[in-house]
Design a protein around this ligand. Structure first.
Ligand code: SF4
Ligand code: FES
Length: 248
């Protein structure tokens, strides 16, 4: 396949940045999107040029690092996949592909396509944990009965990989789907009840503090989420927040 790549290049956080054109040839349809970028970078290095910086780690849809906005969509045109799971067969020979970083005030660009998503880490630190007895008398989690419906819903919420596609997609740069997944994961389990009030209040407070926008129920986040995190988690988080506020 022969393609024209239009890639956002930005030297550092202070640089204004801009789109640069890169014609590329010899791309196989079965290559992943990141493998295609590897080919481009090899060519740039061989020419003595600066390779394109982009984030990645697992390359199998687990770590949530590969945050690319491709032709105006977070993780590109396929559904239910991360950028590393996107294949070049989703594009046609001769296509022009725009590749940009995830854009949000709370995700500042570090270089080229790499953004700083440590705001998500700080939200997690604010409440995304449970207390367990580590004295040597730890109770095996499987000894606590949990009804299947709640266990399944909690597991679905726990599938969030913290990629940030929901934020990049949202016109308000809202992180509600991410935070709601993290709150729901624990709210549905008995182990999560101990810190439930503090968790939702602290995580929502940190989300606002980081500069994420509010939710206006557009639903674009759910469409672009590679892990199918449901909007029902946002409704659950709002209920948890109201209840915690009344108790607080
Ligand atoms: S909710 Fe979905 S889109 Fe948002 S961070 Fe989690 S996995 Fe990514
Ligand atoms: S590189 Fe880990 S999810 Fe894509």
């Amino acid at each position: 396949m022969k393609l024209t790549l239009k890639i956002w290049r930005q030297k550092n956080a202070q640089d204004k940045g801009g789109i640069v054109d890169y014609p590329i040839d010899g791309i196989e349809p079965d290559m992943s999107f990141l493998e295609m970028l590897d080919v481009l970078n090899e060519q740039l290095i061989n020419k003595g040029e600066e390779p394109v910086a982009f984030d990645h780690d697992c390359r199998e849809g687990i770590c949530g690092m590969c945050s690319l906005f491709i032709n105006g969509e977070a993780h590109g045109p396929d559904r239910g996949v991360t950028t590393c799971q996107l294949h070049m067969r989703m594009f046609k020979d001769g296509d022009t592909i725009f590749i940009e970083p995830f854009r949000a005030k709370a995700f500042p660009v570090i270089k080229d396509l790499v953004v700083d998503r440590s705001s998500f880490d700080r939200i997690q630190h604010a409440g995304g944990f449970i207390s367990v007895n580590t004295s040597g008398n730890t109770i095996d989690a499987n000894t606590i009965p949990i009804n299947k419906h709640d266990a399944d819903k909690s597991f679905d919420a726990a599938a969030c990989i913290g990629c940030g596609a929901c934020v990049a997609t949202c016109k308000n740069s809202s992180a509600m789907l991410f935070v709601a997944a993290k709150v729901s994961q624990y709210a549905l389990l008995p182990q999560g009840k101990i810190e439930a009030v503090d968790r939702v209040l602290n995580m929502v407070h940190q989300m606002d503090h980081e500069g994420f926008g509010n939710c206006t129920n557009t639903g674009a986040c759910e469409v672009e989420c590679p892990k199918g995190i449901s909007l029902e988690n946002i409704a659950r988080m709002n209920r948890e927040y109201l209840s915690a506020s009344l108790q607080g």
